[in-house]
Design a protein around this ligand. Structure first.
Ligand SMILES: Nc1ncnc2c1ncn2[C@@H]1O[C@H](COP(=O)(O)OP(=O)(O)OP(=O)(O)O)[C@@H](O)[C@H]1O
Ligand SMILES: [Zn+2]
Length: 726
């Protein structure tokens, strides 16, 4: 008789460690890669994901058996599993944490992969049968009769009725439980809607690849207001079959409910959304729809690219240049680049759209790796706005605004139009300073100054969670000459409200949009079309379509001009062109006023011409001279600890290891904000002409780092294709 060979499985756990765990497979159990299991871990149990099933059992160790499989099917189907393994290798992040990112929170915690189905109700009786005093029950019955196909309990409660009213009607058999209307596919009504393209849009549409062509990457360079959304809709409408899935990645979904509404208009209930503000139950429900292969068109932020699609036929990445596609901590993946790899795995097209493409994508388009499709006309009758630089060096300013800027706003409002004022910081002022002793209020835990937030009478650090009460006097010498310096959105809001007391001034920044639904109120004011002033941060630059905004004022353009970060000029020009692009999208031509102290700076002068590609060519030439990305691959090794010397020491050691592996490195240097939340941060920049080689070398480096016995306070992280290098 053959000796009994134990069968084992190699399992990934949701832990930040670069290793997998071996378990015995009980005789009756068969598992597939990507399946969710419960395993014993220490004294407890943990949820794991199967990575390998026929692993060689390690010798001399007694393995514990897998407890149970959560489902009979793999939570991560083969293609999604391959995508995440690739991302784990490419971004040097532990496989377990990468795999778990693709699960909704409920499944990470080991909950069953089933939705709690809420009861769905339909009216079936006559309100006249109710006693006269059952007023609310009568109203509920009448309301329910008006809902085609009935309504779910939650919807009924949201409409102002109670669970006990539902129960009473059920007992009287005036309502009955029913199945909710099917959400598969689009309804007849939406199926026949196809957007009508302008000739310029049609020309661009004709150049887009067909999904039958397999994997292709297209860069759609479409100027602001050219109707890229219309083009995506048309593309999906003409190329997607009824049973196909599609993914549309967007930077920040909750800012643009209009976009979602436009997709729903054409695709009805096929549209699903994915973003960080969803409830756990909503995430599970959408995740299941996608995993079950329903023909969903998902509009989602970064992490949507990791979901377990099984029939994905097209990917669109809107505003592909946006930095929010890169995760800044933990699993530092780029949603855009992962989307391209996913399209490659899937053999389907991916379309990257932007009015201000990233240097990476533009470079790939120039070298022929991507197809470049240009759409350089605004939709409808709209024209691109004119951009004027306004030198403010010797002009008196009121709350940061010059006289000509205020006059322009006045003229715009008098003409019955709307103005948008862009300020690059939230809060009232970035500095509080004593004009007697020169003291500036700093964060006790970071190398930064505290921002004055006047609405909350608080001084806040924008780099850690420190805050303290604001004072009227200098905290050091008690002088009353203690004043705000510089501009924040709150200050501009105050100045404008005082200047234009009869006009609504709406502030849009992270503070003012935190409350749920607040963005909708803001949009309602703007969409009413009557004169108003919008004041806000780059949140206002992102994809909004306000047809009655004809004036954009940039309070200060100089922030990124002299930064040490090599990406700063690119990001500055992108933000300025995007915010400028909000002007004149309707019938009336727009104007942009850019206040600056450096009106002769070449970058700003080329901005004023208004065309992006010549500026991009110039920026690319500079990158080539400096041998920077996209001409070379880059990764950053970051270290932090309780004292700077430990961080630098680790990086110094790693620099020689990197050099042994053949990696060129720059530094180590303290980070731009060297101390953050009392941790001292430093970085080593690594570059290579060969991306594949750099990736292999980084893997070796990670192995070394894992084996090192580091002091407990020293932490390190690798950031591949970093966006922030300061
Ligand atoms: N073919 C068309 N006919 C009429 N109006 C159109 C057409 N295409 C687009 N529009 C309108 O033009 C405006 C701008 O379109 P959209 O918001 O899609 O532009 P965009 O290219 O995404 O701009 P941005 O990059 O600045 O966000 C919208 O109001 C849209 O409804
Ligand atoms: Zn701080």
């Amino acid at each position: 008789m053959e000796p009994h060979v134990p069968r084992t499985a190699r399992i990934a756990l949701n832990r930040p460690i670069r290793r997998l765990f071996d378990y015995l497979l009980p005789d009756h159990m068969t598992l597939q890669r990507g399946q969710r299991v419960t395993v014993p871990f220490g004294r407890q149990s943990a949820t794991g994901l199967v990575v390998e099933t026929d692993a060689q059992p390690p010798e001399g160790i007694t393995l514990k058996p897998v407890r149970s499989a959560a489902e009979a099917w793999p939570a991560l189907p083969p293609e999604t599993f391959r995508l995440l393994s690739w991302a784990s290798d490419y971004y040097q992040h532990p496989l377990g944490e990468c795999l778990f990112t693709a699960l909704p929170p409920a499944l990470r915690r080991g909950r069953p992969a089933v939705e709690k189905v809420e009861p769905y109700w339909q009216a079936c009786g006559d309100p006249a049968l109710l006693p006269g005093n059952a007023k609310r029950q009568k109203e509920l019955l009448a309301w329910l009769k008006r809902q085609p196909g009935g309504a779910g309990s939650k919807q009924i409660v949201r409409a102002g009725f109670t669970q006990s009213q539902i129960r009473s009607l059920q007992e009287k058999e005036l309502i009955r439980e029913t199945t909710p209307p099917s959400t598969d596919g689009a309804t007849e009504e939406t199926r026949n809607r196809i957007p009508v393209l302008s000739p310029a849009q049609q020309e661009a549409a004709d150049q887009l690849p067909s999904p039958d062509d397999g994997f292709t990457t297209t860069l759609l360079f479409g100027i602001t207001g050219s109707g890229k959304t219309e083009l995506y809709l048309h593309y999906l409408k003409t190329h997607l079959d009824d049973n196909h899935q599609a993914l549309v990645l967007v930077p920040e979904i909750n800012l643009t409910p209009q976009t979602v509404a436009r997709f729903q208009y054409y695709f009805g209930s096929r549209i699903a959304v994915w973003h960080s503000a969803l409830k756990d139950s909503e995430r599970l429900s959408t995740w299941l729809r996608i995993r079950n292969g329903e023909p969903v068109i998902l509009i989602g932020t970064r992490s949507a690219v990791l979901l377990p699609f099984t029939n994905l036929k097209t990917i669109v990445v809107d505003e592909e240049h946006d930095s929010s596609y890169k995760q800044g901590e933990g699993f530092r993946y780029s949603g855009r680049d992962t989307a391209i790899y996913r399209a490659h795995l899937n053999n389907c097209p991916v379309i990257l759209g932007s009015a201000t493409p990233s240097m990476e994508s533009y470079h790939n388009a120039l070298t022929g790796k991507y197809t470049l499709v240009r759409l350089e006309e605004r939709a409808g009758n709209a024209k691109l706005p004119t951009i004027k630089l306004l030198d403010i060096r010797s002009r008196p300013l009121e709350g940061g605004l010059s006289r000509p800027a205020i006059s322009a706003i006045e003229k715009c409002l008098n003409a019955g139009q709307q103005a948008l004022v862009y300020v690059n910081r939230r809060g009232f002022a970035p500095i509080m300073m004593c004009f007697d002793c020169g003291h500036m209020v700093e964060c006790p835990r970071c190398d930064t100054r505290l921002t004055y937030h006047r609405r909350d009478r608080a001084m806040r650090c924008h780099h850690c969670d420190f805050q303290t009460a604001a004072t009227d006097h200098c905290p050091k010498c008690d002088s009353e000459a203690f004043k705000p310096v510089g501009q924040g959105t709150e200050r501009s809001e105050d100045v404008l409200a005082a200047q234009f007391p009869d006009i609504p001034v709406v502030r849009v920044d992270r503070d003012s949009t935190q409350r749920k639904g607040s963005i909708q109120g803001i949009l309602d004011t703007v969409n009413s079309g009557s004169p108003c002033i919008l004041v806000g941060t780059q949140m206002l630059a992102k994809g909004h379509d306000f047809p009655n905004v004809t004036l954009v004022v940039v309070v200060n353009a100089d922030g990124g001009l002299f930064s040490v970060d090599f990406r700063a000029p690119e990001q500055l020009i992108q933000t300025l062109l995007q915010v400028s692009g909000r002007a004149g999208r309707g019938e009336k031509t727009g104007e942009v006023l850019v206040q600056t102290c450096h009106s002769d700076h070449p970058l700003l002068r080329s901005l004023a011409v208004g065309y992006y590609l010549p500026v991009a060519d110039q920026l690319l030439a500079e990158r080539e001279t400096g041998q920077l990305p996209p001409y070379r691959a880059m990764a950053i090794l970051r270290a932090e600890s309780d004292v700077m010397s430990s961080s630098l020491k680790l990086l110094d050691d790693m620099k020689s290891k990197a050099s042994d592996c053949g990696i060129e490195s720059w530094g180590p240097l303290p980070a731009l904000i060297a101390r953050r939340a009392d941790r001292h941060r430093a970085q080593l920049i690594m570059v290579s002409n060969n991306r594949v080689r750099l990736n292999r070398q980084l893997a070796l480096l990670c192995q070394d780092l894992d084996l090192m016995r580091l002091p407990a306070d020293v932490k390190w992280a690798i950031d591949v294709d970093p966006l922030e290098t300061g």
